[in-house]
Design a binder for this molecule. Sequence first.
Ligand code: ATP
Ligand code: MG
Length: 565
Amino acid sequence: MNAFADKPWLSAYAEGVPATIVPPTGSLVDMMDATVKTYTSAVALDFFGATTSYSLLGEQISRVANGLAKLGVKAGDRVALVLPNCPQHIVAFYAVLRLGAIVVEHNPLYTPRELRHQFEDHGARVAIVWDKVVDTVLAFPKDIAVRATVSVDVTRAMPFGKRVALRLPIPKARTARAALTSSTLSKGAISWDTLVTSRALRRSHPRPAVTDIAVLQYTSGTTGSPKGAILTHNNLYSNALQGAAWVPGLQPGKEVFYAVLPMFHAYGLTLCLTFAMSMGARLVLFPKFDPGLVLDAARTTPPTFLPAVPPIYDRLERAAAERKVSLTGIRFAISGAMNLPVATVQRWEAATGGLLVEGYGMTETSPVAAGNPIGPSRRPGTVGVPFPSTEIRVTDPDDPSVDRGFDEEGELLVRGPQVFAGYWNRSDETAAVLLADGWLRTGDIVRVSADGFITIVDRMKELIITGGFNVAPSEVEEALLAYPSVADVAVVGIPHESGGEVVTAAVVLVPGAVLDAPALRQHCRGLLSAYKVPRTIVQVDELPHSLIGKVLRRQVREQLTRTAG
Ligand code: ATP
Ligand code: MG
């Protein structure tokens, strides 16, 4: 029996937060239209000070939709977006949806090989691509379906005389070519301008239904290779409504959202592309996170709402202190994607006077499934409680039909309107995580208190089995990070010839520090049971991270296994 069936967490909700949301009846396009109508003259987008009003944004979306229709885009077609955060990204996103077509988001910094794999998987025939990456897409082999490539020059959306060099870390092989082609249109590409100067789409053009697919969102590939999660209009619109219900005192038409998270990732997509739009917010766009750029913008247009990840809050708070820039006025900061250290919360809240609260979710939940209540009942160190209209269970990791009770470790299962519709072209992998009655297996090991607060223990796939015990790498990593000379760390299990795994830590030290493994182990023994203390500690120069900043333990494990063998 599900111990959490009667939703014991509802009494922890902040005042005014409903137990359920009213399900959306329209699509994201209807949501966008309503915002454009309501907030006509308000600023929708702000890119280094160049602003776009909601009415102009609506107009551009309609023109680009028509331009795409002329390129042959129809309902159900996939259209690839390979763009950093920029005004054209928002326009392209809603223009594709307007036609009932499906947006496929991509990381523009992916290598040509990684991009090609995704294109093979989704089969988009039209791609809207950052000009620095256009040549990669144009050079795809003939068996890739792309027939039209639209080139986007991001700097054209910046104010005249104030063009900012982006210096994004494009893989080296591409920089030489990109430098040559940056101001001219690559042969075979279509310019973005030809789309925005099209006539507006006919109003009578068919529109998507709320049940249609809106987006294919590739997971970040932290534990396996990326798979395309199918997110419907209902999934994404529901998550925006759940978010709006969660935050008390939001002022539609008045909020200033900072988009420092990449919008091609599920987290940035929902917070900045859909939630901000549903609020009629001013969205200040950053093509990459750079504390200097953010603090410059904050001088003229301070944010009221800043979704990010823990390393961003730390860097921003340090940079602001160094430059003596005030961060007060940032009322809400929402952290997700990885564990939020309590020390980060304390420093951030002291600097801003606002709240920093942690949420939890995954690409497959569009992405937010749980959050800390925004009010006195929040519990730092936990990821909070399930969102409105969301149910949870905790089950035996080997058998999801066996429920676990309060405070017992088990796999978290989630059910709600934000749970995705399956993986694109992967029915086996879909069946493995999406149970027949709508429950999603998250693959995360958690403990849930009797009043519904969720503590993440670790990822099932990354638990280390040593001498019959389970070790959660994140707990060991946290202990190591508390040691002053440790700057970054990954803890993994390395297979041992006698069976089982050896707890192994790869550490990056602060500059000038020397590895003293016995002292580090001694420090761990003060914080952890003996079997969790890493047997092997190796020093490395740097560790691989996903674009959103998660340490890629799978890669570290492969590397260390190779060097050990
Ligand atoms: P892949 O599934 O391809 O390996 P991924 O799981 O990293 O990649 P995402 O969907 O972006 O891709 O990440 C979701 C995961 O991130 C969750 O399953 C969970 O493990 C982790 N996560 C999310 N929020 C938190 C949080 N607040 N604290 C700890 N872990 C979190
Ligand atoms: Mg995942």
